[in-house]
Design a protein around this ligand. Structure first.
Ligand code: MEV
Length: 424
């Protein structure tokens, strides 16, 4: 039912304080005092900072940060902070790390820290020669772009290359300029967007065309993070398990319906570290899925093979646009703490660790799926959530959760009934 007395047209909402905004929302939505108290508790994020990070803030939302143990990456033991609301994600990485630890853990590498900015040029009468006339000005383009960010240049970054593509569209041929920029330890969105905006009028002047969009591409395929690891056949439970994992992978490699779920599992791990470090989860996710479709069909982000010794070898390669400076990475105190735990000093190191986590996640998901299924593990954690939803507190949570798992009925109604019995 609609309530015609309510209006979402709240002029000047952005100018109010957090508590005044919350008061307006309380009135609008008829919130109870316990809900207001919940929203008023800003946890470990300072209100002033929250209010500067996004617009119209009324509260914050805490997500658990768990530590993935057992991870050895490039010969170093690391503890990996992961921010996620999903049960089993952290445990999956711990398990995968444990099972390849004695075989050396994860080996990682990176193609570089190059980001791409796109400039869309339309209404060009002679697209082919316009393309060439942009390309022949590479030195001038470099001067214009590098002048936008002298700090980046002083840190060894800046424009590296220019590519120009002719794109056939329903509106005719567009001339798309790609600025290839080394953004070093920054994710680089601001740097490359500024360069694209600065260069746009020059491109118009050189070609007589009209520029519309000037924005980075999240398909950061010149910033690929790679990881690989070997799991001995014995450590993972024998050839049947190994072959089950290979078969699960071949399924994902051949079928986009399965690949979407397979890659979602990978992103469970990846996004959790990206979030914990204050990086842009949507940028990394968009890049990963676009990269997974680069062959012309949507497929697996990982590859799984059997080695000459009969062991299981896994590898992953995907765009990883993450940084250590700028935005929430630098400002959010929990993100800073997570980076400290990781002990990384470059964006390259962080990106490589995240790729290793994605591979670890995929190993555990495929192993579970090819053997016992995921529900057993999921359900024991999920049962605790159900117990809490039923009202269980303290020791009751474990007791009710145990009963639900034993009964094989992880359901709210059963939890409520069992809680009633437990309390006599
Ligand atoms: C669930 O969040 C992730 C999985 O579905 C991944 C997969 O199927 O590979 C278990």
């Amino acid at each position: 039912m609609t309530d015609s007395t309510k209006t979402s047209r709240i002029s000047g909402f952005h100018k109010l304080s957090i508590s005044d905004r919350l008061a307006r929302v309380t009135e609008f939505a008829g919130l109870d005092s316990d809900v207001v108290a919940q929203l008023s508790n800003l946890g470990n994020l300072d209100g002033e900072l929250a209010d500067r990070l996004i617009e119209n803030v009324i509260g914050t939302m805490s997500i658990p940060v768990g530590i993935a143990t057992n991870m050895k990456i490039d010969g170093q033991d690391v503890l990996i902070p992961m921010a996620t609301e999903e049960s089993s994600v952290v445990a999956a990485v711990c398990n995968a790390g444990r099972q390849c630890y004695d075989d050396g853990g994860f080996i990682t590498s990176m193609s570089g820290t190059l980001m791409i900015a796109q400039i869309q040029l339309v209404d060009v009468t002679n697209p082919a020669s316009s393309r060439i006339s942009i390309l022949e000005r590479k030195d001038e383009i470099k001067d214009i772009c590098d002048a936008c960010d002298p700090i980046l240049v002083s840190l060894g970054g800046g424009l590296r290359d220019v590519e120009v593509r002719l794109l056939e569209t329903a509106e005719g041929t567009m001339v798309i300029t790609h600025l290839i920029v080394d953004t070093r330890d920054a994710m680089g969105a601001n740097a490359v967007n500024s360069m694209a905006e600065k260069l746009a009028p020059h491109i118009e002047a050189w070609t007589g065309g009209r520029v519309y969009l000037r924005i980075l591409s999240n398909l950061a395929d010149k910033r690929l993070a790679r990881a690989r690891a070997t799991w001995s056949c014995e450590a993972i439970g024998g050839p049947d398990v190994r072959d089950g994992i290979i078969s699960a992978y071949e399924f994902a490699a051949a079928d986009p319906y399965r690949a979407a779920t397979h890659n979602k599992g990978i992103m469970n791990g990846i996004s959790a570290v990206v979030l914990a470090t204050g990086n842009d989860t949507r940028a990394v996710e968009a890049g990963a899925h676009a990269f997974a479709a680069q062959k012309g069909w949507y497929t697996s982000l990982t590859d799984w093979e059997v080695t000459a010794e009969g062991d299981l070898s896994g590898s992953i390669e995907l765009p990883m646009a993450v940084g250590l400076i700028g935005g929430a990475t630098k400002l959010h105190p929990t993100a800073r703490a997570c980076l400290k735990i990781l002990g990384v000093s470059t964006a390259d190191q962080l990106a490589r660790m995240i790729a290793a986590v994605g591979l670890a996640q995929n190993f555990s998901a495929l192993k579970a799926l090819a053997t016992t299924g995921v529900q057993k593990g999921h359900m024991s954690l999920h049962s605790q959530n159900i117990a809490m939803m039923a009202g269980a507190v303290g020791d009751e949570i474990d007791q009710i959760s145990k009963i639900l798992v034993e009964k094989g009925q992880v359901r709210l109604d059963v939890a409520q009934e069992e809680l009633k019995k437990l309390r006599g």
